[in-house]
Design a binder for this molecule. Structure first.
Ligand code: H2B
Length: 101
């Protein structure tokens, strides 16, 4: 099983992850992505889904129109691990490709 990150490791990782923050009362990370429209939001989810399957690591997420709310945690480990940091980084990269700011 993958080890949970320490508070220090999690904070250090979050500093390198624009848009992500720690969830209150739970060992998890969260970010909201807002896209141009539903098509972009769903395109984002489709791309992320392929990566999630490939790495066998899946987000908790919710889509409403052009917004995708994501929570990342490693269920098997009961908290945030390097697997969540990797997926968060991949999500930021995909989102940046879809709607560059
Ligand atoms: C059996 C399978 O490998 C596990 O259940 C995987 C699937 N996807 C997962 N996703 C997440 N976020 N955490 C996990 O612990 C996890 N475990």
């Amino acid at each position: 099983m993958v080890e949970r990150l320490s508070d220090e490791e999690r904070h250090a990782a979050l500093r390198e992850l624009p848009g992500w923050s720690a969830v209150e009362g739970r060992d998890a990370l969260a970010r909201s992505f807002v896209f141009k429209d539903f098509n972009e939001a769903f395109g984002f989810m489709a791309r992320v889904a392929l990566i999630a399957e490939k790495h066998d690591h899946h987000p908790e997420w919710r889509n409403v129109y052009k917004t995708v709310e994501v929570v990342l945690t490693t269920h098997d480990s009961g908290g945030v691990t390097a697997r969540d940091i990797d997926l968060a980084r991949a999500m930021n990269a995909i989102a940046a490709q879809l709607s560059p700011r």
